[in-house]
Design a protein around this ligand. Structure first.
Ligand SMILES: Cc1cc2nc3c(=O)[nH]c(=O)nc-3n(C[C@H](O)[C@H](O)[C@H](O)COP(=O)(O)OP(=O)(O)OC[C@H]3O[C@@H](n4cnc5c(N)ncnc54)[C@H](O)[C@@H]3O)c2cc1C
Length: 414
């Protein structure tokens, strides 16, 4: 068979526009984030100071419609931005802010009523509002179909009762001028109905400057990524306007899963950025650190590990880009891609990139020797940032394996 006239369909180059965008985010990171990331992690600099700059640069609601002030960017561009922001803030507070404010507002744009979108999204893209995710509950975050937070319709308002755990950004939403809310997974039918009685709604902790009633919150003290707070949200009859229900009542499980699917691809991208930064630090160090009369990079147990981790970084980036590319195809209406393809690729992207970032962190800390144990060596901050995604945030690593196994083997996989 003569194949000389085949089109070269596979193209590993970024387009000119994508490459320029990557350079502009890299420059933004160098200028506005790198000088502050350690202070941000130490609580000496506030994320709130960066939010207006991110908004000016079009980095809030990157994939939203220009109708709401969004940049109409692709998920590939969002992945590129998440990697660059994580390279500038390897402890991950800024990239986490960026990726949450890309994925969950996108879900609101797809499923909220027009009046809700017109009210909240333009404030979000200006950096005045927050949209996060409130899914996890104290009895376990992985089994979303088993969630207990109840929503009951009383006198024309949904009233929420229950507890959400480890919710990122509540205290940020409370400090922004408009406020903000959370794509919240609630039960609107009997527990036996599992995912068929789940409704997703945008629960506002503060709306138009007015703090909602019926909830309590407190931030946890964290080991890593300390520039962005996570806490609990105790709901004691907290009201939600019926216009803030996303999609149909009892049909919210799929909506929430779609949000996790796109968010995971961007988490993979953020993990690439922190892994890249740690490897860059490691490379400098092993070439200059002389032990037994030679730079430690000359010992194969170190240089081979560097080569192996760099290879895994390249492979993980290909997976992240593929997952983002599939999401772009799906949302542009290409019927050859299904939502299951996005779920599968997003899970693979997060699994590969996060495990890589944690492995890179542990290895590079060993290269730094005893000094990695002290705050003078910032690599440990990056490792702790990556660890947040390794132990749970937006899906535990085993749950990603479960998603992939079910897709590839069948629903019988438990
Ligand atoms: C820094 C940080 C930020 C977070 N931000 C948010 C947020 O903004 N909003 C939000 O809703 N949640 C958030 N979370 C919570 C996160 O989503 C949960 O930690 C995650 O979903 C796992 O839930 P869990 O911790 O309750 O673990 P569990 O569900 O209790 O699972 C415990 C362990 O069992 C394993 N496991 C469970 N089921 C299976 C199975 N079938 N097969 C094999 N192993 C299994 C899991 O992999 C895990 O290792 C955040 C977490 C962290 C650490």
């Amino acid at each position: 068979m003569y194949l000389g006239f085949c089109d070269l369909l596979m193209d590993f180059d970024l387009s000119r526009e994508e490459a320029l965008f990557r350079d502009s985010v890299r420059e933004f990171g160098e200028r506005y984030i790198k000088p502050h990331w350690v202070d941000l992690d130490e609580g000496k600099y506030s994320l709130l100071e960066l939010i207006p700059r991110l908004a000016e640069h079009g980095l809030i609601g990157l994939t939203l419609s220009s109708k709401y002030g969004g940049s109409e960017g692709s998920f590939l561009m969002a992945a590129i931005a998440a990697e660059e922001l994580a390279n500038a803030d390897p402890s991950l507070a800024v990239p986490v802010y960026f990726l949450l404010e890309t994925a969950w507002p996108f879900i609101v744009q797809r499923y909220a009523k027009d009046s809700t979108k017109e009210e909240v999204l333009p404030r979000l893209t200006k950096g005045e509002a927050w949209i996060g995710i409130a899914s996890t509950e104290p009895q376990g975050g992985s089994d979303v179909g088993n969630e207990r937070t109840e929503a009951k319709l009383v006198n024309g308002k949904w009233l929420l009762t229950g507890e959400k755990n480890m919710v990122t950004g509540v205290s940020i939403a409370l400090r922004l001028p408009y406020g903000g809310g959370f794509v919240t997974i609630t039960r609107t039918g009997p527990i036996e109905a599992k995912h068929r009685a789940i409704t997703t709604m945008l629960f506002m902790v503060k709306r138009n400057g007015v703090v909602n009633t019926g909830f309590e919150t407190r931030d946890y003290e964290e080991w890593g990524r300390r520039g962005i707070p996570t806490g609990y949200l105790r709901l004691n009859g907290a009201p939600v306007d019926p216009d803030f229900v996303l999609g149909e009542v009892n049909n919210g499980f799929k909506i929430a899963m779609e949000g996790f699917d796109v968010a995971r691809t961007l988490i993979g991208a953020a993990a690439l950025g922190t892994a890249r930064w740690m490897l860059e630090q490691g490379r400098e160090w092993i070439r200059s650190r002389v032990v037994f009369g030679k730079p430690i990079s000359s010992y194969q147990s170190i240089s081979f590990k560097y080569a192996e981790l760099s290879t895994r970084l390249e492979a993980a980036r290909l997976m992240v880009y593929k997952a983002a590319w599939l999401a772009d195809k799906f949302y542009r209406g290409d019927s050859s891609v299904s939502i299951l393809d996005i779920a599968n690729a997003g899970a693979m992207a997060k699994m590969l990139a996060v495990e890589l970032a944690v492995d890179v962190g542990l290895e590079v800390m060993k290269w730094f020797g005893g000094m990695s144990y002290y705050k003078e060596t910032p690599v440990t901050r990056a490792f702790l940032g990556a660890l947040s995604y390794y132990v749970g945030a937006e899906g535990a690593q085993n749950i990603l394996r479960l998603i992939v196994a079910r897709n590839l083997i069948g629903r019988e996989v438990e």
